[in-house]
Design a protein around this ligand. Sequence first.
Ligand code: BGC
Length: 750
Amino acid sequence: MFSSKKFNRQLCCLFFSLVIPFTSFSQKGDKAKVVSELIARMTLEEKVGQMTNLTLSAITEPSDDPLKVDPAKLREVIVKHNIGSIQNVVKHAYSIEEWHKLINEIQKVSLTETRLKIPFLYCIDAVHGTNFTLNSTLFPHNLGLAATRNPELVKLCAEITAKEVRASGIRYNFSPVLDVGRQPLWPRFPETFGEDVLLTKTMGVASVKGYEGKSLNDFTSVASCMKHFVGYSVPANGKDRAAAYIPEINLREYFLPPFKAAVDAGAHTLMVNSGEVNGTPVHASRFLLTDVLRNELNYKGIVISDWEDIKKLTERHKVAENHKEAVYLSVNAGIDMCIVPFDFSFYNDLIALVKEGRIKEERINESVKRILDLKFDLGIFERPYVEKEAVKNFGLPEYTQAALAAARESITLLKNSDQVLPLKRDKRVLVVGSNANSLTALNGAWSYTWQGRKAEYFPKTELTILDALKKKAGDINIVYKKDFKDVTSAEAKPDYIIVALGEDAYAETPGNTKTLELASEDIEGVRNIVKLYPGIPLIYVLTEGRPRLIREIEPFAKGVLMAYWPGSQGGNAVADILYGDYNPSGKLPFTYPRYSGELMTYDHKWLDEAVEIVEPEYKYLYEFEPQYPFGFGMSYTNFTLSNLKLSSDQLTGDSKIKVSVDIKNTGQRVGKETVELYSRDHFASVTPSVKRLRGFKKVELQPGELKTVEFEISREDLAFVGTDMKWRTEPGGFDLIVGDLNVVLNYKGQ
Ligand code: BGC
């Protein structure tokens, strides 16, 4: 992998010496001045062109094998229609050289053939690494990153992504997803940081900081995009881009906080939810996009539509009679830039609306200012072409190490009966299931193609789980059967059987599913293996973007390893953990359901657990029995918690109290463990959840080592949204819980 990347870098240098001479355009100076002077000189058409975002195929030949710009289309887009930004790929990822050639070619036309020579901006989805540049480093998807409980590592992955995106010549990344993953059927669940608000907030902010760095002007940074504002992740039917019904009190309690935190962290752009909330498509919601986002959250950056979503106001949501009305509604609601993405419908209709006086030109100026400000911040006016200094940051060897660290820290050990794991190296292992020998099932969505299903674009050096197991234990010890039906008793008896289960890659709407149940062939296949090889320990490795139910076959397994979609180093990481070369430390970022009819998050209400039993006598109890709870994940060593203490058991006004707890590694191996602090409000005017995560810290401990972990708690940490839609903390008792330990804190009020 490295050698091919190195070769690529050499090619780049050669390329630069040929191309750079035309990088003469420069518009330096004070941002406010440059931007306001430009706006004053721009025609309405030039302004609306900045607000229009088209996809790459609008300027290329239909096939991208090879990628070829169509000069006539390019001029139609850039010169005739003044389009200010382009995004995406036609069908698949490109080499870094192809990216450079493409971006410089478009930029040259923007700078030499348009009236005002405003540079154009390229945008891309780089959602788990720079997934649309060949030979880039792919990391675990956000769901796996959340399982690491390691925000520093999440930031590092985002920093590397930013470097490889910028090295590709691109400066705007449509990531991270800040939708809280509270509906596991939703096909974009793997793009979320899981079901918890604090976890999503913390990892989301780490990601934004990693992408944006100290300054967008830096060669190592890209603009981030908070998406998808807001309420996308809980469609009532579990399908992508479907209707959600979210009472405002829940919207504020669970879905707005990650966006607020990312706005406060300085994220520069935001993408709108393609779905609808409470009967209003978010693209037409002035309440959400202006009243809440701008006026309450005080967001100053760009609001970009999602793909074709203004058209969908007419075609799918049926809230606008025709496209022009859809444009009117969405611009009025607060959209600055529209991903159209194939034609000039938005451009034409918006110009017409301004000319008719229905939308004021001042409103257009606001959006254009935000867009030009971003271009200025990204240094595009100053350095419009691919930056030589950025290119050298592509494909550095340490990125592979970071991908390995992230995959290892994400993988979550869910079962280890009789300490079946780690495996002994010289034993014979039968590996079953197509996911064991698949790069696409390791990398999931957005991996060199949108759906991630084309293995031919992956680096040739990347290892599947099977490859990595063979590398570690030797070919002779590993026997592979792709299909369950190929497993017969004719095999020499293995010492262990590893079954790869889960899902292959999918992205967005094509990933809709009607059920979380595993395919019946897989269930039957496992049952058959159990019959053929009674008593041989079975270990399941799950590579999946969302929890597939294993209830029926879980009792047969001695070991269960949840790998999520672990990315380019997933094969190595799984093998390292199975053979004990790495001690697992991942923690579930969601509640792993046992039944598809019981999809409950850990922070549900008491009422949700109530069970009434009628025979033989009436009684009621509380029951919540997911397959594996939120926060669960085992290690090859043991940790013991003790001494949970408060600096004071009384909290008043704006003061803070310290919560401390001791954690000791009582096992034989060095290991990492996450200490999670939960609170439980005894009584409140709005029904409290059974518990809420309030803090988490990951520590590494040598065998026998003890560390004291500290958290700070203030009244904000215990707050909830009241019926008046305002955050409040009510006086009274709160349990503070770490593991099985519990102390009571009394909040005395202001
Ligand atoms: C997705 C967005 C993505 C966009 C790129 C849409 O289909 O919903 O997440 O950023 O495509 O244009």
